[in-house]
Design a protein around this ligand. Structure first.
Ligand code: ADP
Ligand code: MG
Ligand code: MG
Length: 869
C-alpha cells in the first residue's frame, strides 16, 4: 500500500489521504506555482502508526526512504551532507484545518556540522546559527516536550545582556552560545544529547506529529468542531526555503479578500528577514501586505498574480502562506480562508456577480448557524459618542462585547457558567484557551496581529475580538492590566468593539444590527430555491415584527399563555383559576376577553394577511399561581379569602408530573369556558381587523396535546360552535381553520383518525421528543451531557431532532394524515424548526413549513434552501 506521496503525485481532491495542507501543496505544485519540493506521509500511515504501537511500520519506513532520495535528487542536496546539506520542514496537516493544533518543525537537518556548511555556503554564519537555534527550540518543544519558556528565557537573557530589542540584533557569537545553552537544557531535561543525525531527527519528528493527533488540545478542538477522532493526520516533509537570510528575504500570510469584510482586496501581513511563525506569533509587529509593493515591487507583482490564480482555481477566498528567499517567491500553503459571516456573505454574493461561482454554490457556502452572528447586537451609537476609548488595538473580529474582565480560560468558563458576561483578557491566546474563548463574550489580547491565534479563532467563532492592543500591559499572574493611568482588575467591566479595535472602560449599551445588502440578496436567492415555508413562533407584536424583518411568512405558533403572564393580567388570570364555580370563572374570563382580543388584533395588524396560528391555553394552571409566601398573602387579601384556604387551593392544583398532567386540550375538556373565551377573542379580533384594514384573515386555531380522536372532537365542537356564534353575532362569513398539534406519540400513531377532524397538523417536536424518549425536557439537561460524553447519544435530541425514533413518528404521522386528507397542511413548531439538520429532515419528510423563534428565521430560510440543493 502506498503511504508516501511526492507533491507531484497528489492533488486537491486527496484531502482525506494527504490532509488539507498536503493536498493543496500538491495541487499548487501541479498548477505550476513555485512550491519547494517535498512529500506527504499519508493519514493512513497515521492509522497504521496507532495500530503498530505508535511506531512507523517497516513498509512506511522503506517508502519514506525512497521519497527522501527523490527529494535529494530534486533539490541536489543531501541529508547531513558536507557540501550541500538538505534542510526540511516537518508540517502536520489533517483533512480538516486545525489551526495551531499541531506544531511545525523548521530547519530539520541542522546539526553541528551542517550549521557550518550552511553558514559558509550562504556566507552568513549568523543566519545559520539563528536557524539552528530555532530548530533546537522547535524540535525540543514538539518532539522532546520540553517547555518552551525554558528556551525563551535564555533568549531574553541574551537580549537583555546585549541591549537588543529584537532577536535579529543578536550577534553570531551570541547565537553560538545560545545553541550551546539550548543543548544543555536538552541534556538536563532529558538526559540525552540533542540528536545529530538528520534521519533520526526526521523519524522522531514524524512520530511526534502522529502522536500529537491525540494530544488534549487537538482532541478538544475536534470535539468542538465535530471532527471525527479516527481519521488521523498527514505529515508533510518539505525542503526549506529561508525568509531569514537578510533584507531581500521575508515571510508572510495573506487572504485574497478581506476576511472581516469580504472586500475584494488582498489582505495580509509580512515581515522582512523573518522565518515561519514569526508573523503569527506576534513576536514582531508585521507590516501590511500593501507595503510589500514598495519594499519588493517585483515580488509583490508576482504574488498578486499567484493569489489571483489561486482564487480563480479554487473559486473561493484563499488564505496563503508565502516566503521570499533572496528575491525569489515561494508558496508554502493555501486553503479556503476562514472568514466572518459578513465577509462570507459579501464574498459569496460578489463571486456570483463576478461569474466565479453559481447562486447554488453561494447558498451552500454559508453555514446557516453562522447567520446568528449577523443578528447580534452592536454598540448603541448615541452612547458611543460619549464613550472615550481606553486604548486602540487591532479590529480582529467584528461585533460588540461588554463584560467583566478575567485573565484565564478557567476563570472565564467558571464565571460564565454562573451567568456572568465575561471578557477574556490575555497577552496572547493559545489553543489551551479555546474553551475560555467559547465562553467569553469577547477577547482582548495585547500581542499578535490580525492573523494571530486569537484573531483567527475568534473570527471562526464569530466572536468579538480586539488583538494586539499593545498599550495594554497585561499581567496574567496578578490579574490586572494597565493602560496609561488606568488599572483594570479582575471583575471590572470593559467593552470591546471588534470592528474598530477600540477598548472602552465600563459597560456600553448594545443595539440590534442593520442587515447588510449582501445578506438580503443571498436570502432572496435562498427563498427562490427553497420549497418549505418558514414561519415564526411569536406571541407579541414586537417579536412578530422582528420575525417579519427576518423574512418570516407567518406565525406558526402563538402561545396564548405568554399573554397571561402580563403584570396587569395575572391577577385576573389567578382569579379565574381559583374560581370555585363556573359562574365565577366565566366572570373572570369576561375580563380577560378584551385583553386577549386586543393582543390578537395587534398581532393580526402586524402580520397583515399572513397566516397566524394560535394555540389554545396549554400549560398546567398551577404555573400561573404564586409560590412565594408574600405573594400568597397579598393574593389572599386581594381575593378576600383566608391564607389557609388559598394555600389549600394552590396545593390541590399541584401535580406530581405536571407535564403529563392537567394541561393542553385536557384543560378545555374540564373548563370549556376557557376555550370559548379564547376562540371568541381570536375570531372577534380577526373580524374587526379585517374590517379596519379591509383585508382577509384566516385565523388558525390550534388544539394542543391531543391524543384521542374523541377528545379532539369534543374540544373542536366547543371551538366551532363558539366561532359560528361569533360569526352570526357579527354578521361575518369569516373563514377559519381548526387544527391540532401532534405531540403525543398516540396522535402520530392514529394520525389518520385525527386528520378526519382537523385542517392542519403542527408537530410539537419538543413534547413529542420528551414523550417519545420519556425524558423530561426540563430535567434532561442533567444527564444528557453525560450521555453525549459517554457516546450513548451523539446529539441532544432536544436540539436536533432524533430522526430514527421521533422522526419515525413524524414520518408515520405525515403518511397517515395525508392518507385521510391528501392536502393536509403540515408544519412543525418547537426548537427543531430552527435547526438546520432537523430542517433538512423535515423537508425530506414532506412538511409544508417550519416555525421557529424570530432570530432563527434567517437560519431556517437558508437551511431550507440548502436542503433542496
Ligand atoms: P500551521 O499549520 O500552523 O500554519 P505550517 O506547517 O503551515 O503550520 O508552518 C508554519 C509556517 O512555517 C509556514 O507558514 C511557513 O512560514 C513556515 N514553513 C513551513 N514549511 C516551510 C518551508 N519548507 N520553508 C520555509 N518555511 C516553512
Ligand atoms: Mg502551527
Ligand atoms: Mg500554515
Amino acid at each position: 500500500k502506498k503511504y508516501v506521496y511526492s507533491f507531484e503525485e497528489g492533488n486537491a481532491t486527496m484531502k482525506s489521504v494527504l490532509g488539507g495542507k498536503g493536498a493543496n501543496l500538491a495541487e499548487m505544485t501541479n498548477i505550476g506555482l513555485p512550491v519547494p519540493p517535498g512529500f506527504t506521509v499519508s493519514t493512513e500511515a497515521c492509522t497504521v502508526f496507532y495500530e503498530n504501537e505508535k511506531q512507523l511500520s517497516e513498509e512506511i519506513l522503506v517508502q519514506l526512504q525512497e521519497k527522501l532520495e527523490v527529494l535529494e535528487k530534486q533539490t541536489g542536496k543531501k541529508f547531513g551532507d558536507k557540501e550541500n546539506p538538505l534542510l526540511v520542514s516537518v508540517r502536520s496537516g489533517a483533512a480538516f484545518s486545525m489551526p495551531g493544533m499541531m506544531d511545525t518543525i523548521l530547519n530539520l537537518g541542522m546539526n553541528d556540522h551542517t550549521v557550518l556548511t550552511v553558514g559558509q555556503k550562504t556566507n552568513n554564519m549568523r543566519f545559520a546559527y539563528d536557524s539552528y537555534r530555532r530548530f533546537i527550540q522547535m524540535f525540543s518543544d514538539v518532539v522532546l516536550e520540553i517547555q518552551k519558556y525554558k528556551f525563551e528565557s535564555i533568549l531574553d537573557i541574551y537580549k537583555e545582556k546585549n541591549g537588543c530589542k529584537d532577536d535579529t540584533e543578536l550577534s553570531v557569537e551570541n547565537l553560538k552560545d545560545i545553541v550551546e545553552e539550548f543543548k544543555n537544557i536538552v541534556r538536563k531535561e532529558k538526559g540525552l544529547d540533542f540528536p545529530e543525525s538528520p534521519q533520526e531527527q526526521l523519524i522522531l519528528s514524524i512520530n511526534a506529529v502522529f502522536k500529537s493527533w491525540n494530544n488534549p488540545r487537538a482532541k478538544a478542538y475536534r470535539n468542538l468542531n465535530d471532527i471525527p477522532h479516527n481519521i488521523g493526520t498527514a505529515v508533510n516533509v518539505q525542503s526549506m526555503v529561508f525568509g531569514n537570510m537578510g533584507d531581500d528575504c521575508g515571510t508572510g500570510v495573506a487572504f485574497t479578500r478581506n476576511p472581516s469584510t469580504g472586500e475584494k482586496k488582498l489582505y495580509g501581513e509580512f515581515l522582512v528577514n523573518a522565518q515561519g511563525e514569526d508573523v503569527v506569533a506576534g513576536i514582531r509587529t508585521p507590516k501590511s501586505i500593501d507595503e510589500l509593493g514598495s519594499v519588493m515591487p517585483e515580488i509583490f507583482k508576482q504574488f498578486v498574480e499567484c493569489a489571483q490564480l489561486l482564487e480563480d482555481h479554487y473559486k473561493d477566498m484563499q488564505d496563503i502562506e508565502f516566503t521570499i528567499e533572496q528575491g525569489k517567491l515561494y508558496m508554502l500553503q493555501t486553503r479556503n480562508g476562514k472568514r466572518t459571516v459578513h465577509a462570507g456573505l459579501r464574498a459569496a454574493v460578489e463571486m456570483v456577480e463576478e461569474g466565479l461561482i453559481t447562486k447554488e454554490q453561494a447558498i451552500l457556502r454559508i453555514q446557516p448557524k453562522q447567520l446568528d452572528q449577523l443578528l447580534h447586537p452592536n454598540f448603541d451609537e448615541k452612547t458611543m459618542e460619549q464613550a472615550i476609548p481606553l486604548a486602540q488595538g487591532l479590529p480582529a473580529s467584528p461585533g460588540a462585547a461588554t463584560g467583566r474582565v478575567f485573565f484565564n480560560a478557567e476563570d472565564v468558563v467558571r464565571e460564565s457558567a454562573n451567568g456572568e458576561k465575561v471578557i477574556l483578557v490575555r497577552r496572547e491566546t493559545s489553543p489551551e484557551d479555546i474553551e475560555g474563548m467559547v465562553a467569553a463574550q469577547g477577547i482582548l489580547t495585547s500581542r499578535g496581529g490580525m492573523t494571530s491565534h486569537a484573531a483567527v479563532v475568534a473570527r471562526g467563532m464569530g466572536k468579538c475580538c480586539v488583538a494586539g492592543c499593545e498599550s495594554a500591559k497585561v499581567d496574567e499572574e496578578l490579574k490586572i492590566f494597565i493602560i496609561g493611568n488606568e488599572r483594570i482588575e479582575e471583575g471590572d467591566y470593559i467593552s470591546l468593539d471588534g470592528s474598530t479595535g477600540k477598548v472602552y472602560k465600563g459597560s456600553i449599551k448594545t443595539v440590534e444590527p442593520e442587515l447588510s445588502g449582501h445578506f438580503s440578496i443571498l436570502m432572496e436567492w435562498a427563498d427562490k430555491f427553497r420549497t418549505i415555508g418558514v414561519r415564526t413562533n411569536a406571541d407579541t407584536p414586537r417579536d412578530a415584527k422582528a420575525a417579519l424583518r427576518f423574512g418570516a411568512e407567518g406565525i406558526g405558533l402563538c402561545r396564548t399563555e405568554h399573554m397571561f403572564f402580563d403584570e396587569e393580567r395575572i391577577p385576573v388570570v389567578r382569579r379565574m383559576i381559583l374560581s370555585e364555580t363556573t359562574e365565577q370563572r366565566i366572570a373572570s374570563l369576561k375580563l380577560l376577553l378584551p385583553m386577549q382580543k386586543s393582543d390578537f388584533k395587534d398581532l393580526y395588524t402586524v402580520m397583515e394577511e399572513k397566516p397566524v396560528t394560535v394555540r389554545l391555553l396549554d400549560p398546567p394552571l398551577h404555573e400561573f399561581l404564586p409560590t412565594e409566601e408574600k405573594d400568597i398573602v397579598a393574593l389572599a387579601k386581594d381575593f378576600e379569602i383566608s391564607i389557609e384556604r388559598l394555600k389549600e387551593t394552590i396545593h390541590s392544583l399541584q401535580e406530581i408530573n405536571p407535564m403529563l398532567g392537567h394541561r393542553g386540550c385536557r384543560l378545555a375538556v374540564t373548563y370549556p369556558e376557557i376555550a370559548q373565551m379564547q376562540t371568541r377573542a381570536i375570531i372577534e379580533a380577526a373580524i374587526e381587523v379585517m374590517k379596519e384594514q379591509n383585508t382577509t384573515i384566516v385565523p388558525e386555531i390550534m388544539i394542543p396535546l391531543v391524543g384521542i380522536k374523541s377528545e379532539l372532537d369534543y374540544v373542536k365542537s366547543i371551538v366551532v360552535s363558539t366561532a359560528e356564534q361569533v360569526k352570526e353575532e357579527m354578521g361575518s362569513s369569516i373563514e377559519y381553520l381548526v387544527g391540532t398539534m401532534i405531540e403525543i406519540p398516540r396522535a402520530a400513531l392514529l394520525a389518520d383518525e385525527i386528520a378526519k377532524e382537523t385542517e392542519f397538523f403542527s408537530f410539537g417536536t419538543n413534547d413529542l421528543t420528551q414523550m417519545t424518549y420519556g425524558f423530561s425536557r426540563d430535567d434532561a439537561g442533567k444527564f444528557i451531557s453525560e450521555y453525549k460524553e459517554k457516546n450513548i447519544m451523539p446529539d441532544d435530541p432536544f436540539e436536533s431532532v432524533d430522526q430514527d425514533g421521533v422522526g419515525k413518528l413524524i414520518e408515520l404521522g405525515v403518511k397517515l394524515g395525508r392518507t385521510t386528507k391528501p392536502s393536509l397542511k403540515i408544519g412543525v413548531c418547537g426548537e427543531h424548526g430552527g435547526d438546520p439538520k432537523s430542517i433538512e429532515f423535515f423537508y425530506k419528510t414532506g412538511l409544508d413549513y417550519v416555525s421557529c423563534s424570530p432570530y432563527r428565521v434567517p437560519i431556517a430560510r437558508l437551511a431550507a434552501a440548502q436542503a433542496v440543493l
